[in-house]
Design a protein around this ligand. Sequence first.
Ligand SMILES: Nc1ncnc2c1ncn2[C@@H]1O[C@H](COP(=O)(O)OP(=O)(O)O)[C@@H](O)[C@H]1O
Ligand SMILES: CC(=O)OP(=O)(O)O
Ligand SMILES: [Mg+2]
Length: 394
Amino acid sequence: MKAVLVLNAGSSSLKFALYPINGEVAVAPAVSGQVEGIGATPEITLKTAAGERIHEAVRTSGSQGTQHRDALDHVFQLLSAHNPNLDIAAAGHRIVHGGEHYSAPVVLNAGLVDELERFVPLAPLHQPHNLRAVRAVTALMPSIPQVGCFDTAFHRTQPAVAQAFALPRRLSAEGVKRYGFHGLSYDYVARQLPKIIGERAQGAVVIAHLGNGASMCALRGGRSMASTMGFTAVEGLMMGTRTGSLDPGVMLYLMEQKGMDAKALTNLLYKESGLLGVSGISQDMRTLLTSDAPEAKEAVDLFCYRIARELGSLAAAAGGLDALVFTGGIGEHAAPVREKVAELAAWMGIEIDAAANADHAQRIDAAGSRVAVAVVPTNEERMIARYTADALGL
Ligand SMILES: Nc1ncnc2c1ncn2[C@@H]1O[C@H](COP(=O)(O)OP(=O)(O)O)[C@@H](O)[C@H]1O
Ligand SMILES: CC(=O)OP(=O)(O)O
Ligand SMILES: [Mg+2]
């Protein structure tokens, strides 16, 4: 079987897939799986080409970086053990930050990978793992071409005003501006929408990508108009372990009054905050939704409140609201989160059907809802496979 290998390293997950190619990329992967729970207790799930399901713990310890590395080794081990006849023609990678210059998928080489290393400080939970995956493939299969697909690319259609910070011009000229992330996910979901919400897909749409990393995107005519994430993937919504938007004055206070340096602040903003920090219990929405602790409820309530607040802001950027779409691990699976957001956004004409929501149905809006509400499972891997094949002319 000739196939494209897709690797998607998220902050808490490593998703992978093998898409057969036979003239064109298959719609469904022959083999797929993910390591979940990186940062806590990672477990790998693999669906083999024979339909067998393998689920096991990833032997690892230590930091998130070590866990990502062990997860990647485990993926390669399982893939080669279960696919002896595999012919990998190319590899496609999710690369979270492409900066100003990479607004389309690119064929990677060693020099380019070194250049993309510059963005590690702007995406410390992702970029190192994305680039490690590229280097690991080079070491194992030096002759296969590799393509990088950027999370930031989809947002380059945003008007200049949506990408600007109110900073002095010299900093904006250096590229200190809002980039936006989760673009592969928004791209995939936007392409599904016409089938699900009809012509409203061309109107004012807000997609909420709620995973361990979480952001929202306003779209018009299927193109990105604004996003909650900015220069880095820490702006915007509250996330699993990230603060989301924070009064910059808090950082000045922490530096001046508490003597915190950049490293300590990075840890605080990216790793110790969000659902984990507020609950003091877990970064995992599943754990919080089943906990009786009041701190767990407070964390979930804040998470939903922030989404509802940003929804108002993004509707302003899109010039209205015809549809709200949920995706990502939490968006696809956490009915109570969707319910709470809908309740807070009822004033915008959003009303959901409780039974459809509990079933995670594709359309969850109630009959009288002015705004269409949908749940669309994302598929960043499919997007990467397609971009990789296109970039290489496979
Ligand atoms: N059944 C579920 N109910 C509630 N939350 C879930 C469920 N399944 C997954 N999640 C949440 O989804 C998050 C992971 O989302 P995902 O999009 O896969 O993460 P990443 O941002 O690492 O790509 C987990 O942290 C978990 O909180
Ligand atoms: C950009 C980002 O936060 O990605 P993820 O949700 O996969 O962690
Ligand atoms: Mg993700």
